[in-house]
Design a protein. Structure first.
Length: 298
């Protein structure tokens, strides 16, 4: 597999596409923001005016857009890629969209003779730039094997999570549940330290070495202390979406998620306060303003 298409060149998609170029893949690229394609075309990719144009002559297309609606639009909308791909081509959905939309998408693509691998990622922008992502793939093992070199160009840890489309998304939701709760807990802890009359920076430096230490306390905690909310490395609104997906999938199974529910409300509150487009470490300000779960937002 040598010729690929890539749609969605945002904060995560652009460095992932660059990793594919570095690995020697031919790459057609498209983003709704034309300016996002220029660094890729300068690096050797072929720019396209639509998903369909990017998909011409591609053996597989990678989608790294925001949500399920954008995924559907990129494939089946006007000038969508599905109609331009050759029969038996692969569609690799790397966005976090939830397992149910993936299962629906798998049916539609199968009707057109196309194969689907869902392969959401975790790791953030810095790891995407290094080709060091965790990739959680769901789909037929044979297809996973075929696409393994493509995925390996973008991720250092590539895991086949199950044979069904949506298995990768399900594992990603477990990941997002933990990430979303951990970020909210870090924000609450640092705001709590200040409420106790302590220096939050000193508290952070102390507790990160103990049992309460975590990646999110280390990474997002430092951003909170430095108030690095712009430009966003991972926007707060992403967790509005992802924690919503966690809750939806849990509700389908009749599973209670009280911690996720509380965290989701915090992210929604942060978005309502105007922090949605800023870094998710801005959840700290929800606590600083006394606007936690159950509190009025106006």
């Amino acid at each position: 597999m040598k010729n690929l298409a890539f749609v969605g060149l945002g904060a995560m998609g652009a460095p992932m596409a660059k990793s594919l170029l570095r690995a020697g893949f031919g790459l057609g690229v498209f983003d709704v923001r034309e300016a996002n394609t220029r660094p890729l075309t300068d690096a050797g990719a072929t720019g396209a005016g639509s998903p369909a144009e990017a998909a011409e002559n591609a053996e597989a297309i990678v989608l790294m857009v925001v949500n399920a609606d954008q995924t559907e639009e990129a494939l089946f909308g006007e000038n969508g890629a599905a109609g331009a791909l050759a029969p038996d081509a692969a569609v690799v959905v790397m966005s976090t969209v939830g397992p149910e939309p993936i299962r629906h998408l798998d049916g539609r693509l199968s009707e057109q003779g196309l194969r689907l691998l869902d392969a959401p990622v975790s790791g953030g922008v810095a790891r995407a730039e290094r080709g060091d992502l965790l990739i959680m793939a769901g789909g037929p093992e044979e297809l996973f094997g075929t696409l393994r070199p493509v995925l390996g160009a973008m991720g250092s840890t590539v895991v086949h999570c199950g044979p069904a489309a949506g298995d990768g998304q399900s594992v990603k939701l477990v990941n997002q549940l933990l990430c979303g709760v951990h970020i909210a807990a870090a924000g609450e802890a640092l705001a709590y330290a200040e409420a106790l009359g302590l220096d939050p920076r000193s508290v952070h430096e102390t507790i990160r070495h103990g049992a309460a230490g975590s990646f999110m306390l280390e990474d997002r905690g430092r951003r909170m202390l430095d108030r690095e909310f712009l430009p966003p490395r991972s926007a707060l609104d992403i967790f509005v979406k992802d924690m919503g997906l966690v809750r939806e999938a849990a509700a389908e199974r009749g599973f209670a998620t009280p911690l996720s529910d509380a965290a989701h409300e915090l992210y929604e509150t942060g978005s309502s306060l105007g922090f949605g487009g800023e870094d998710d470490s801005g959840i700290l300000r929800v606590f600083e303003e006394g606007m936690g779960p159950g509190k009025p937002t106006s």
